[in-house]
Design a protein around this ligand. Structure first.
Ligand SMILES: [Cu+2]
Length: 180
């Protein structure tokens, strides 16, 4: 066997070892009372797989490390309005009372004409989106919530800025709620 082949095998072995030792940075498990920092950038969430336990109280810190405005929503069944993906049909936070710091990071549902413009929300209308946190570059916000027992199962989180383009480009992840 050639020397270059041997060193290639060695390299593959080392890469596998590093991957095994470092854990998977895209997966996080949050303990009761713990927090996970979720970095939002173009166009992904890191980590993109989060596991929490029903009955526990956890904090999601949404940190925008990118160059664009990003959103954070959790739900089930991506909703399409006028051909654009704009959120979830089922809102994870519905009936929950998440505590958000700073409070103005939360975009409330609004009852307004879709042609009404509001700062950079122009052309990006989804006013009945359910619970949503919005962060500009270099901003962050924490969402503290107690995970209900009936939330066991898989949920999705996503960013639907630019008529769902961010979601299409990969700004999505999975939140798994396991039984406590
Ligand atoms: Cu985004």
């Amino acid at each position: 066997m050639s020397r270059s082949k041997l060193s290639l095998i060695g390299l593959i072995g080392m890469v596998a070892l590093v991957a095994a030792c470092g854990g998977d940075p895209s997966t996080a498990t949050v303990e009761d009372g713990g927090e996970v920092v979720i970095e939002a950038s173009e166009y992904q969430f890191t980590p993109d797989t989060i596991e929490v336990t029903a009955g526990s109280t956890v904090t999601f810190v949404i940190r925008n490390t990118g160059q664009l405005r990003h959103e954070f929503m959790i739900g089930r069944e991506v909703r399409v309005t006028d051909g654009a993906k704009d959120g979830f049909t089922m809102d994870f936070f519905h009936d929950l009372e998440p505590v958000v710091v700073p409070a103005d990071a939360v975009m409330e549902d609004m009852d307004m004409d879709t042609d009404t413009t509001m700062g950079d929300m122009e052309g990006d209308e989804h006013m009945d989106h359910g619970f949503m946190v919005v962060r500009q570059p270099d901003e962050e916000a924490s969402i503290t919530v107690t995970i209900p027992e009936d939330a066991v199962g898989d949920w999705e989180f996503g960013c639907f800025v630019e008529d769902g383009a961010h979601y299409e480009k990969g700004m999505m992840g999975t939140l798994t709620v396991v039984e406590g």
